[in-house]
Ligand binder design. Structure first.
Ligand code: GN1
Ligand code: MG
Length: 352
């Protein structure tokens, strides 16, 4: 059904008319995405935007268009936004739904998980380059598209509201993880420096949003730019790190498979160093906090959504949100237990 709508939407964009193969992608919890291929070669990514999550699509597109020109650089592979025949960046269908078409990076690959240190290092390097390039974007031109996206306070309030309204069955099933969340939150607050600079951040830097060259293994770029907005570097750092130090999937049920691998963190930091990105001392101090905060934030968001009967994320099976929260809390806990080692690595590799 959706593929049919995708096919119709595709007709409204300025691209060569061909018989494209349209394949829905299951990755991603928010938008519906389709790979558009020509004779087996992926050419474009067509996306049906989630209006429930992205309530201010105009600002989202404004942010995206503001940053894309800055990402043209010899060390970075840019993606292009394809215009519609009406010369707009989005196509709005008769149901009021929004569609967007972007170029597909040829010969690229992404990974959900890894235990390869070269991948971790490359991820750090390209994240650093992304931030270096975006440093020149006038910050005043970009606004928050999802207010408080990485705010712990906001996520805890949403969690507490969800607990009040949840069904007794779901509360019972989630009981152990609610207690775990409460235990972690007590330890999460550390002395976060107050003078952190606001940067333009990606805000969804999990490993599968990094593209690598199939041929050379080099990191090429970051994709999924819908959450690009002002934020703090430690969030981009922590969100990527959570997917590098732990070799299992985000919804891994068997928590014994979840680990904190410090050598992966070291490699990621070495890549960041190599990128030449300059961080302030306050930003460096906040990195280990970000590494604990981000898995916890995603865990609490997943648990909240579970208690809300799965309203936000597009789940693949009934208890996926609960499984995600369990796994993400475990990553947060393991990172907490390694906080000092991580802070030492930051100091040794990035300097003070
Ligand atoms: C969502 O749809 P996707 O996978 O790009 C979410 C991220 C979470 C992620 C779970 C706008 O992103 O914050 O990290 O799920 N994006 C939004 O890994 O809520
Ligand atoms: Mg995303």
């Amino acid at each position: 059904m959706e593929s049919r709508l995708a096919e119709k939407a595709l007709e409204h964009f300025v691209i060569e008319r061909k018989r494209y193969e349209i394949t829905p992608l299951i990755q991603g919890y928010i938008n519906h995405s389709f790979k558009i291929a020509d004779a087996g070669q992926p050419k474009y990514l067509l996306q049906h935007l989630n209006k429930n999550v992205f309530q201010d699509i105009e600002t989202l597109m404004h942010n995206l268009q503001a940053i894309l020109p800055y990402l043209y650089h010899k060390d970075y592979t840019s993606v292009d936004l394809m215009p519609t025949k009406a010369r707009t960046p989005l196509y709005r269908d008769s149901e009021g739904e929004y569609w967007r078409l972007m170029t597909y990076v040829p010969e690229s690959i992404s990974y959900n998980t890894t235990n390869n240190r070269a991948i971790a290092k490359e991820a750090g390097r390209i994240l650093g380059i992304f931030h270096r390039l975006l440093k020149d974007v006038p910050k005043a031109g970009l606004s928050e598209t999802i207010p408080g996206f990485h705010s712990l306070e906001k996520r805890l309030t949403e969690f507490s509201d969800a607990r009040k309204n949840a069904s007794p069955t779901r509360i019972k099933k989630a009981e152990k993880w609610i207690l775990l969340a409460e235990a972690i939150v007590k330890n999460i607050h550390s002395d976060i420096p107050s003078d952190l600079p606001l940067r333009i951040c990606h805000n969804d830097t999990k490993l599968n949003n990094f593209l690598f060259s199939k041929e050379t293994g080099k990191a090429l770029c970051l994709i999924d730019l819908d959450t690009v907005m002002p934020g703090y570097f430690h969030c981009d750092f922590g969100d990527a790190l959570r997917t590098l130090v732990n070799p299992s999937e985000e919804d891994e049920k068997d928590v014994t498979k979840i680990s904190f691998n410090l050598s992966m963190a070291d490699s990621f930091l070495k890549g960041l160093k190599e990128s030449g990105l300059e961080l302030t001392s306050a930003e460096k101090l906040a990195l280990s906090y970000g590494a604990i905060l981000m898995p916890f934030l995603h865990g609490i968001r997943a648990l909240t959504d579970y208690l809300n009967n799965d309203l936000y994320y597009q789940i693949q099976y009934p208890d996926q949100n609960l499984d995600r929260s369990i796994s993400l809390f475990t990553v947060a806990q393991k990172t907490l237990a390694n906080k000092e080692e991580l802070a030492n690595s930051v100091g040794r590799i990035l300097g003070k």
